[in-house]
Design a protein around this ligand. Structure first.
Ligand code: SF4
Length: 126
């Protein structure tokens, strides 16, 4: 029996100090995603676009893992692509096919929940 592959959710919370995320209740959002949505798991990173974030992605991504789908919540998808594409390529993954980038800046928590639910449902066909 083939198992349904669930997306893995990573939220980049922009250090926790960025005004763009001031309206977002991080814990409410992450617990909603991990408990209510069809994801494999949900994790938080404080700043994916700096050296330790890069190092985290390098350790976290499995070499040649073409099956996983990642939802990354954070800043502008174009910025995310620019910042993360290389490490995905380096690990043999295809950023454009395997990553759904969501801009969660300047959103209320409920708005972000809705956006995430839509993204997950689109991936799992809910
Ligand atoms: S990747 Fe985007 S959301 Fe994350 S810390 Fe950098 S600018 Fe902020």
């Amino acid at each position: 029996m083939s198992e349904r592959k669930l997306p893995k959710f990573i939220i980049c919370f922009c250090t926790g100090e960025c005004p763009g995320f001031a309206k977002l209740n991080l814990w409410k959002l992450i617990n909603y995603v991990r408990n209510e949505l069809d994801v494999e798991y949900a994790i938080i990173h404080p700043q994916l676009c700096v050296t330790d974030g890069d190092q985290f992605l390098r350790d976290y991504l499995k070499q040649g893992d073409k099956d996983s789908v990642f939802i990354i919540g954070g800043c502008d998808p174009r910025m995310q692509r620019k910042m993360f594409k290389d490490v995905f390529t380096e690990k043999g993954l295809d950023f454009d096919k395997q990553v759904v980038s969501l801009d969660l800046r300047n959103m209320e928590t409920e708005e972000a929940m809705k956006k995430l639910a839509e993204a997950v449902n689109k991936i799992v066909g809910g």
